[in-house]
Design a protein around this ligand. Structure first.
Ligand SMILES: Nc1nc2c(ncn2[C@@H]2O[C@H](COP(=O)(O)OP(=O)(O)OP(=O)(O)O)[C@@H](O)[C@H]2O)c(=O)[nH]1
Ligand SMILES: [Zn+2]
Length: 211
């Protein structure tokens, strides 16, 4: 019987990209040729000759998040905000990621809110953090947790709420084949975790309602 891995065990320690031998571009292109032939097509026909190159170029973009540090974008905070201490919400950040089980896209929106403690962060930086983690192989749960923990660690807000909603192509195009299904994941810290009324306020803002 397979051993069940407990979270926090050595087998769950993630290696950094520097600890993993990165195959050369040529090796990656050869792997794409193999998949094309395995799928049943001829990698040497004209239409497919440049496909391995294009796929590797596309992967460089789609999985570019492994080589970027989200903390760099969160280091700079602004404290001159006229004593503003209320909720800051960035709603409807579009993202696309890939599920780590099938390497198929899941596409949706992220909503992030926090109550500032010392300072606020540039609004675009929250969207940058979403992108960096999204451009890795993910589960939606892990993506949500990574976004929340990066922002929480750097900004130490009085409370943070992250909600992701997405449609997973591995459930739409294959397997169970259920298009139009939304998966929603949330992570709350601080006052969002402690106070149900704050969670309700966040949910109401996510849905575009008033307070
Ligand atoms: N929890 C979670 N599951 C995911 C996510 N993305 C894909 N999955 C699921 O991962 C599971 C993998 O299940 P397996 O039984 O190992 O793989 P499979 O035979 O391809 O499963 P089916 O998709 O049911 O055909 C599936 O149930 C997917 O729906 C995600 O972000 N979070
Ligand atoms: Zn999947």
């Amino acid at each position: 019987m397979d051993a069940v891995l407990k979270s926090g065990s050595a087998s769950h320690q993630r290696k950094s990209p520097n600890e993993i031998r990165r195959p050369s571009r040529e090796e990656a292109e050869a792997a794409v040729r193999t998949l094309l032939a395995w799928a049943g097509d001829d990698p040497d026909r004209e239409g497919l000759l440049d496909t391995p190159k294009r796929v590797v170029k596309a992967y460089t973009e789609l999985f570019g998040g492994y080589f970027k540090d989200p903390n760099e974008h969160l280091e700079r905070t602004f404290e001159d905000v006229g004593g503003y201490k209320d909720i800051v919400m960035v709603r409807g950040i579009p993202f696309h990621s890939h599920c780590e089980h099938h390497m198929l896209p899941f596409i949706g929106q992220a909503h992030i809110a926090y109550y500032p403690a010392e300072g606020v962060v540039g609004l675009s930086k929250l969207a940058r953090v979403v992108d960096i983690f999204a451009k890795r192989l993910q589960t939606q749960e892990n993506l949500t947790a990574q976004i929340a923990s990066a922002i929480d660690d750097q900004l130490a807000p009085r409370g943070l709420a992250v909600l992701l909603e997405a449609e997973h192509q591995c459930m739409t195009m294959r397997g169970v084949q259920k298009p139009g299904v939304s998966t929603i994941t949330t992570q709350f810290t601080g006052i969002f975790q402690d106070e149900p009324a704050e969670q309700a306020k966040f949910m109401s803002l996510v849905r575009g309602g008033g307070l």
